[in-house]
Design a protein around this ligand. Structure first.
Ligand SMILES: [Mg+2]
Length: 255
């Protein structure tokens, strides 16, 4: 599956067995100064309705599932939030593995509220089963924020994940974009899948594809959506790269 035209024709020949898994921020949406300002790329709004009707289609995000569902706003799309810990059916569902950690996250939130008075401009986003610290407004505070988040994660037994100008505290469970991809691919009886993302958490999605390929009977294509902030770890494990959401949408429009 090296040449795009080869895998594109395979996907088109058998769309019901070909899954599309897409990240949202930085992938289907240009990165915005704050999460609240992000919108679906206008070309995605044109292309996605038809794709979502023909292909099994999943949008995966670190946002709450309901937030990404309302930002994309399309039927026939499976919405996954909190990096795999939450998904939408008629309403949002939280992975049961995560529930025992909610009181610990509350405690982390309380401690952060106090500590963050010393780091003005760092924006705390409360996402129920995770806590994000956004540094886009104050990148010079990254080191201090990282130290704070690391010690909190150690003390409370939480997991710390880094992303594009964000730090995120999460429950220490093995649920991520890749484990969700594996589960959905089995449920949808997929023979192949595409995963596109722009950040470190998307490496897990790529790994999900690799796992299924190793098991056999599955082809995967991992697409890194590039920007000046693309982590080298993502680009290094991608099958191909595209330039920003526009580059991805050029590719998707061929499907
Ligand atoms: Mg992203």
């Amino acid at each position: 599956m090296s040449e795009p035209r080869d895998w594109i024709s395979t996907f088109k020949a058998e769309p019901r067995r070909s899954g599309l898994f897409l990240d949202f921020d930085g992938t289907l949406s240009a990165i915005a100064p704050t999460p609240a300002e992000a919108v679906l790329h206008p070309r995605a709004a044109e292309i996605l309705p038809d794709l979502a009707r023909r292909y099994p289609f999943c949008v995966m995000s670190g946002r709450r599932a309901a937030s990404v569902a309302s930002l994309v706003g399309l039927a026939h799309v499976h919405y996954v939030g909190l990096h795999g810990m939450e998904w939408m059916e008629d309403e949002p569902h939280i992975d049961p593995e995560v529930l025992p950690y909610l009181p610990t996250l509350d405690r982390a939130r309380e401690e952060l509220k106090d500590s963050l008075t010393k780091l003005p401009g760092v924006f705390l986003e409360n996402k129920l089963a995770s806590i994000s610290l956004h540094l886009r407004q104050v990148p010079e505070m990254e080191e201090q924020a990282l130290q704070l988040a690391e010690s909190l994660a150690d003390n409370l037994g939480l997991k710390l994940e880094r992303g594009r100008m964000t730090l995120e505290l999460r429950p220490p469970v093995d649920v991520n974009k890749g484990t969700v991809l594996i589960r959905l691919a089995a449920g949808w009886r997929l023979k192949r899948g595409l995963y596109a993302g722009d950040d470190l958490t998307d490496v897990a999605g790529f790994r999900g594809l690799r796992y299924l390929m190793k098991e056999g009977g599955f082809d995967g294509i991992a697409i890194a959506v590039l920007s000046p902030e693309t982590p080298i770890e993502l680009e290094a494990v991608a099958d191909m790269t595209v330039d920003g959401p526009d580059g991805l949408l050029d590719l998707l429009s061929q499907l």
